[in-house]
Design a protein around this ligand. Structure first.
Ligand code: SF4
Length: 285
């Protein structure tokens, strides 16, 4: 079973929740899909054993051959090439590595090279958590390239916990699209509510069932809870707004360090999600 943990708004406690699920489960695969800013390892402290570089193919243009590369620019749907006279301006961050410019360009004058965009790291933490994360090179836009690499390593035979990147962009979609269930972490503020609604819309479009965890309960109002009650959306848990949690978090501690009963609480949520996914329980409050 694959459970993703997502949040329309950054800084709501998504990683805190994802890590809590992994610690409650004890035996699972944990994947940090937030390749632009992975941080779950700070809390799970895996022993990283294996790091693999991830590269993409990128074209380069032999402009000293005197060839005309305008067909390459015309072909490139991503506007990664501009040709001005005999000069070729290449925007690597826009290139999707489709290889089209090699096919339409002057023979032998467009070549390809491997360019490293990041790495995936594999590790382990006791008692039985297989840990995976991607790490994008700063400035690179190839988020989904790294996420594709992580996807290849999904172990669907057991429980998988995915820590999705914040927001509702395509990298979030990549992270949640294969899930059996998604937990949306939010906070009871107007910003949190607004971004939660967008995330719900994304998941409904993807047909991924979801429930909600409200973090920092007590900071704002009850609008999210009221909305979920009205629409029969399950609120699995409310985590209080307690400065002690923030202090423990800032030192690399977890919710279970704050209060060990959270192990049991997250264990119960896992069982509820399992029952929902096999049709033994409905996904309502
Ligand atoms: S490889 Fe594809 S995306 Fe990249 S520059 Fe060539 S045509 Fe454009």
């Amino acid at each position: 079973m694959i459970i993703s943990v997502a949040s329309g708004k950054g800084g709501t406690g998504k990683t805190t929740v994802a890590v809590s699920f992994a610690l409650a489960a004890r035996y699972c695969q944990f994947i940090d899909y937030d390749v632009e800013a992975p941080n779950a390892d700070i809390f799970l402290k895996p022993d990283i054993k294996n790091i693999k570089k991830v590269s993409i193919k990128q074209p380069y243009f032999l402009t000293d051959t005197g060839n005309d590369f305008s067909k390459c620019a015309e072909f490139c749907h991503y506007n990664a090439i501009a040709v001005i006279g005999s000069e070729v301006i290449f925007y690597p961050e826009l290139c999707h590595g489709c290889g089209g410019c090699l096919l339409v360009g002057p023979e032998g004058a467009v070549r390809e090279k491997d360019v490293v965009v990041g790495e995936v790291a594999k590790g382990f933490t006791t008692p039985g958590i297989d840990f995976l994360k991607g790490n994008l090179i700063p400035g690179s836009m190839r988020t989904t390239t790294l996420q594709n690499e992580l996807e290849k390593m999904l172990n669907k035979s057991g429980l998988v916990i995915i820590d999705a990147p914040p927001g509702n962009s395509c990298s979030m979609v990549m992270s949640v699209k294969n899930s059996d269930y998604c937990i949306l972490v939010t906070e009871p503020t107007p910003y949190g509510f607004n971004d939660l609604l967008i995330s719900m819309e994304v998941l409904e479009g993807l047909k991924v069932p979801y429930g909600v965890i409200i973090n920092r309960d007590g900071v704002g109002d009850s609008a999210i809870e009221d909305y979920c009650t009205e629409r029969n959306i399950r609120v699995h848990l409310k985590i209080p707004n307690d400065i002690e949690i923030a202090k423990i978090y800032s030192q690399g501690g977890t919710l279970l360090d704050y209060d060990s009963s959270y192990g049991e609480k997250f264990g119960i949520i896992l069982k509820v999600i399992e029952r929902i996914s096999i049709g033994e329980a409905d996904n309502h409050n």
